[in-house]
Design a protein around this ligand. Sequence first.
Ligand SMILES: Cc1cc2nc3c(=O)[nH]c(=O)nc-3n(C[C@H](O)[C@H](O)[C@H](O)COP(=O)(O)OP(=O)(O)OC[C@H]3O[C@@H](n4cnc5c(N)ncnc54)[C@H](O)[C@@H]3O)c2cc1C
Ligand SMILES: NC(=O)c1ccc[n+]([C@@H]2O[C@H](COP(=O)([O-])OP(=O)(O)OC[C@H]3O[C@@H](n4cnc5c(N)ncnc54)[C@H](O)[C@@H]3O)[C@@H](O)[C@H]2O)c1
Length: 444
Amino acid sequence: MKSYDYIILGTGPAGYKLAQLLAKTGKSLLAVEGGLFGGTCPNVGCEPKIFLSGAVHTALASQQLVGRGIAQPAQVDWDQLMTVKKARFDSWPAETKAIYEKMCDVAVGYGEFVDAHTIQVNGHQYHGTHIIIATGHRPHRLEIPGKEYLHDSTDVLSLSHRPDHAVFIGGGYVAIELATFLAAAGTKVDLLIRSDRILRGFYGKYAQEMVDQLTARGLTFHFQTTASAVAKTGERVTITTNHGEQLTADYVVDASGRVPNVEKLKLTAAGIKYSRRGIDVDDHLQTSVAGVYAIGDITSQPVPKLTTVAELEADYLYRQLVRGDQEPLRYPTIGTAAFAFPEIAQAGVNPEEAADDSRYQVVEHDLSFGSFYAGLNEQEAKLTVVYDRDQRLVGASEIGATAADDINNLVPVIGLQPSSREWQRKVLPAYPALADEVFGLLKR
Ligand SMILES: Cc1cc2nc3c(=O)[nH]c(=O)nc-3n(C[C@H](O)[C@H](O)[C@H](O)COP(=O)(O)OP(=O)(O)OC[C@H]3O[C@@H](n4cnc5c(N)ncnc54)[C@H](O)[C@@H]3O)c2cc1C
Ligand SMILES: NC(=O)c1ccc[n+]([C@@H]2O[C@H](COP(=O)([O-])OP(=O)(O)OC[C@H]3O[C@@H](n4cnc5c(N)ncnc54)[C@H](O)[C@@H]3O)[C@@H](O)[C@H]2O)c1
């Protein structure tokens, strides 16, 4: 049996980042991948999503400006867009695999534990002094009759021909982003939302504003509604809701969340503890078994499941394993955004949590008056900031065409906590970009 200093299961952002760092140490390393090399983000997640959003945002922004300097609005050509998307992304798994093969040993197949230090891949066994689990999430599939007719985010991101009518089940990131994209290209879209709101975790007021804007663009939200069954009706699919109503569409997307890839790992063979939320780790990212670690989406840590967080955990583990850093992991201020149109983004304390808390002051700014958003005819662009008792910025939420970038401008301010005087002394952004307007609003 071949032995390695490190075995990493999974080559997504978490596994990839760690492999890159470990490969430079001269220690022996085996990377194991059962699916697409590079994992979710670059193949079927963030990267193709943000690539598609370029055309979608351009078209929707131009439609918003008809009669205000734009004569002919742009239209999304979905089929053409997918052709250019495929040309860019289809070769990435092979290219990533080639990078790995230059970096370390590679085993292709799903890894499973034989014991705490032995991994089996396609019948071959490997010993690892340290084993790192970075196997990520996959789309959840609703357990309802006809579930085989449901599609997921991976399918939508490689959908060659645009359906005339699509139904999304769910109101999270995936549903809102991808529903916006298909609707922008001309697809009629219905969304079945189990509760009374979308984008849980974001500021509720702005989530409702998002619903209002999408509704005005023709998307239909069905609240307190989910799918009980789906059935094939000729070429189309009929969804029966929990209220007994029926909706017939060309394409149905199960966007009911993502679940950890634990089953194939045979974790019980090594005594590694996990739950339906993922693999349990301590504040050093060690699992219940010494020498076995977990990073990225696969952990049950109550933090956003994002590429940025996956890479941060990889970097933390590298510093612990190689450099001997022993500090427990403390998560920094994490910026999050849903890249629909408009975007919604936030960092730090949510205004909803701060509203009835005397430690905080919540202030809303209407961004639509500034020339930047006025030029885009963004009439509902808003920023809500949260200050603590020392007038330090501790939270920010925004809805608007460039909310993700705007909030990213504020992430260092929230994370580093400069005083307002220090802030004014040390920071002067370029003008008249939006950052200047936002910073101008915040000077106190
Ligand atoms: C549609 C979509 C859009 C997203 N947009 C964003 C965004 O805008 N911003 C953001 O920050 N995040 C976004 N995310 C989330 C982001 O993709 C994930 O947080 C990130 O990919 C997690 O990285 P990871 O390495 O933990 O897992 P993954 O990227 O899921 O990689 C895990 C890898 O492990 C492999 N694997 C599984 N089981 C085994 C096994 N037993 N043996 C070997 N290999 C195995 C899998 O095949 C996979 O390649 C998005 C996700 C989706 C689905
Ligand atoms: N922009 C981004 O950063 C981005 C984009 C996409 C995905 N992601 C990551 O991927 C994760 C998964 O995104 P997602 O949208 O798949 O999940 P999510 O958890 O954000 O949303 C799931 C939705 O499905 C609904 N739902 C759950 N179970 C249901 C059921 N049984 N019946 C009906 N509805 C049900 C929930 O109420 C929710 O509205 C995100 O949490 C995030 O970490 C991030």
